[in-house]
Design a protein around this ligand. Sequence first.
Ligand code: ME8
Length: 647
Amino acid sequence: MERNTFYITTPIYYVNDKPHIGHAYTTILADVLARYHRLLDVPTHFLTGTDEHGQKVQRAAEQHRITPRQQCDRTVVRFQQLWERLGITHDDFIRTTEERHQVVVRQILQDLYDRGEIYAAEYEGWYCVPCERFFTQRDLRDGLCPECSRAVERLFEKNYFFRMSAYQDWLLQTIEGNPDFIRPEHRRQETLGFLRQPLNDLCISRPKNRLNWGIELPFDQEYVTYVWFDALVNYISAIGYGADPERFERWWPASCHLIGKDILTTHTVYWPTMLKAIGVALPRTVFAHGWWLVGRDKMSKSLGNVVNPMEMADTYGVDAFRYFLMAEMTLGQDAAFTEEAFVNRYNADLANDLGNLASRVLTMVQRSLGGTLPEAPAPAAAEEELVSAVLAAVGHMQSYLTQMQLDRGIAEVLAAVRAGNRYFDRMKPWKLAKQGDGAALARVLYHSSECLRIVSGLLFPVMPGKMTALRQALGLGEAAARPRFAAMAAWGGLAAGTRVGALGPLFPRIAAASETLAEAPRGKSAAKASAKAGPEAENLVTVGIEDFAKVRLRTGVVVDACRIEESDRLLKLQVEIGADIRQIVAGIAGAYDPDSLLGRTVIVVTNLEPAVLFGVESDGMLLAARKGRKMRLLTVDGEIPSGAAVS
Ligand code: ME8
């Protein structure tokens, strides 16, 4: 990040099939990194695209009984539509069938051929069709392809070779002397290990009688270019190599080629030697991320476990999907995708922590301050923990970005969100409102809003849609969709008089599959079933004392209560439970006026999973007795402090 430009690339994806979660992951990650650099005011160029030549695409076309060109044109749209849906902000999308790319590939081939860097030779070796790669006998593992463990074919043919072996020592030294070139470190070691074995020359051609879907060699019409020798060039052809020197100089060398660990050798051995041969500087970093597994399995069509990113975005929303992928994977390691993990993280981080803070703060600014922020009061001792957690998150996010530890940066921001919730609980603004302490109330709401301003900016690259909505509600106007790191690093950015708007639930809680099942018996059919079965049916389920003991019951005192506008059944309560204040939504509006509840002692289930009702978070449940329409809250028989255990 010490450079003044940031050029990031994704692999260009094969158009043999529709995109899956792996493609979505790399592209979202590149998008998040690009967006963070824009927040830092670093001129950024983000390239993605499609790899349209080669055997995989030709095979897919044959299977679909269409031409390779049709295969490309049909499939590329699926990638482009997905990127649009996922909010990807690439500056350029390159297709290797475009003329601007093919010209450069031909130019490089001719140049290398003219200088003897490419030569013709009879080749005999093992060829893996799906991987489109040749292997020597020594490379094979148990006689199978070392990459995909499938059967290999013996091939004899004339081909063209790039003198890659000549660069072996140079490449070893370069990688040894430049720890940032391949990241993370264990991938650097993997390439170094590979390079300590003899390095062969690279076969860069395919005879047309075997494969004709590719860029024809400029010096032999009987051959097309090996798809990798064509594809890697996209990183320079797209930014004007050989055509627009000024543009090329502006962006090259790339700051980061982001790749999956599957394509390490091509990017850290083939590509640097190709660049060296044409006299072009190496990219600063090739970063290889880990693999998304589905549970414990590799994702594969045959296992039928391929995760469709479009479906995830449709079911859970684009931002939540982006958030999960970024927060869950420690960059460089593998991660497991399960919907259960997704729902758990969503509910914990987004519904309970961030969504809760946003809804509490915005609602109170509306209700108690008429939606207008006061003059910025200087933070005092009470705000110390909050301000330092939030500003520390800004610093951490910046340094974790440089270290490519995005998940850690996000964890720091979530820690700041939790500090925001703690501050709110500790300062009890609803109490201040009741007591009519306007100055103290304004101060708490200002600082809570300020916390939201900064954390929403920090999370903007990950969840641009939701964070823009939150920032718009915070009255940030133009800056809502264009946060800046510089503006986040200083406390007090919200101007006095800022109009704060209402916002629906940002992240409504998702009911986990297990909860849905647990809820089922409460439905109509269950009620009917138990009515038919008679009163004794109620006794069918018995629980042991150890099960009953799992339910945590505490006394609480209602300190604030109001109606929920859209519902005539629900009240929103703030309940003090010992040192804690919980927001609880209770279906008691038919039986109690809000004001009549203030100061009452109630019994609260405190370890129920939080839920969102009518967009309002509810963290606990009150106990009540009911018969028909009549309902009365459970309370205690005499004085006892809030927070007392009930058993
Ligand atoms: O290799 N987890 O294209 P490709 C995480 N055209 N990432 C995954 C993944 C998974 N399970 N599966 C795939 C090619 N990816 C070449 C690249 S570049 C000059 C040419 C991601 O369509 C990951 O980024 O097979 C991986 O490197 C890429 O998809 C491979 O995509």
